[in-house]
Write a protein that binds this ligand. Structure first.
Ligand code: ATP
Ligand code: ZN
Ligand code: MG
Length: 302
């Protein structure tokens, strides 16, 4: 029998994560949030000179934009929709009756105009498209959002509601692939500066079904996705704490993102998994922040 206390249980015991009764849905302590805030300030210091335009969207997005994005084609298993009660008083009576006897009361809920944001950059593309042509010099955006993915797990690094900080670059192929490379280099340096063990590897998204297998293979063959990995729950299988995605002109075509010369914009995004980075720090340096190495504390808190 495995008597080892899991990392998740140790996080609960230390009060860093707070149980809700749902796998992958946790509260965070002030200490946990303070680590995320400090790491975000480090991101600001590293990326702050690039002149990115900051935008913050709520964790829900326009359902129409979500439909256009094609998310349901690629990742139907991960999506979360927001449904509400839209009925009459009579419907309300039967709803309450239904709940009372323990039947499925959610069947009558109706889709609203909102779906949960699956990645921080999804609300950005239609927003930029609405503004008209993108400068020949390219465009750079700074985003952060809670994201939802229906992937319940006992692994504390796989949550259903988590925060993603992203930089998104739009421009020529050269411009956005340079952007992606520079953040791969910066990401490695940043993680080293807080004492984390990193590797970078090629990766793919979990495209659904048999057709998805081919899309995943294609993504790998074309080097479209890289991940920065850090050990959290396993040293043999380290966890993706950052990802570096080159979309070619797929989003540019889909959303009508054009450069001043009329060409379709290429796009790339770099995402930091903020909870995962905090968990990597707790895993590596211990659950007591006061006992972390002095250099790490200095980098994070000055
Ligand atoms: P994984 O392969 O572990 O599922 P991913 O490829 O789905 O990760 P991305 O879609 O690239 O991840 O999302 C960007 C970043 O968001 C990831 O690098 C990771 O740090 C973080 N992230 C993704 N899914 C989760 C999750 N379920 N819980 C916490 N953080 C996550
Ligand atoms: Zn993105
Ligand atoms: Mg995933």
């Amino acid at each position: 029998m495995d008597m080892q206390v899991s990392f998740l249980d140790r996080l609960f015991d230390a009060g860093l994560l707070i149980e809700t009764g749902v796998d992958g849905l946790y509260g965070r302590s002030g200490q946990f949030e303070d680590v995320i805030a400090a790491f975000e300030r480090l991101i600001d210091r590293v990326g702050g000179g690039d002149g990115a335009e900051a935008m913050r969207f709520p964790p829900g997005m326009n359902r129409e934009f979500f439909e256009t994005s094609g998310y349901m084609k690629s990742f139907p298993q991960l999506a979360g929709t927001v449904h509400s009660f839209c009925g009459s008083e009579l419907d309300h009576m039967s709803l309450l009756k239904c709940m009372e006897v323990g039947d499925d009361w959610t069947a009558g809920q109706e889709a609203t105009d909102i779906v949960l944001t699956p990645a921080a950059c999804y609300p950005l593309y239609p927003t930029v498209a609405r503004r008209g042509k993108i400068s020949a010099k390219g465009a750079l955006y700074d985003l952060q959002s809670y994201c939802f993915r229906h992937e319940p797990s006992k692994d504390p690094a796989r949550q259903q509601l988590f925060r993603m900080r992203e930089y998104v670059c739009m421009g020529t192929q050269q411009h956005v692939t340079d952007f992606r490379q520079s953040w791969m280099d910066r990401g490695v340096e940043m993680m080293k500066s807080v004492g984390l063990d990193v590797t970078i590897d090629i990766a793919n998204d979990p495209f659904f079904g048999r057709a998805g297998k081919m899309m995943a293979n294609n993504q790998r063959d074309q080097n479209l996705k890289f991940e920065l990995l850090i050990p959290i729950t396993s040293t043999a299988n380290p966890t993706a704490c950052m990802s570096f995605n080159y979309h070619q002109d797929a989003f540019g075509t889909k959303w009508g993102l054009n450069l001043e010369d009329g060409s379709v914009a290429h796009t790339a995004c770099v995402g930091f998994g903020l909870e995962r980075i905090a968990l990597a720090l707790f895993h590596t340096h211990g659950l007591d922040v006061k006992a972390w190495p002095q250099e790490v504390r200095a980098t994070l808190w000055g």
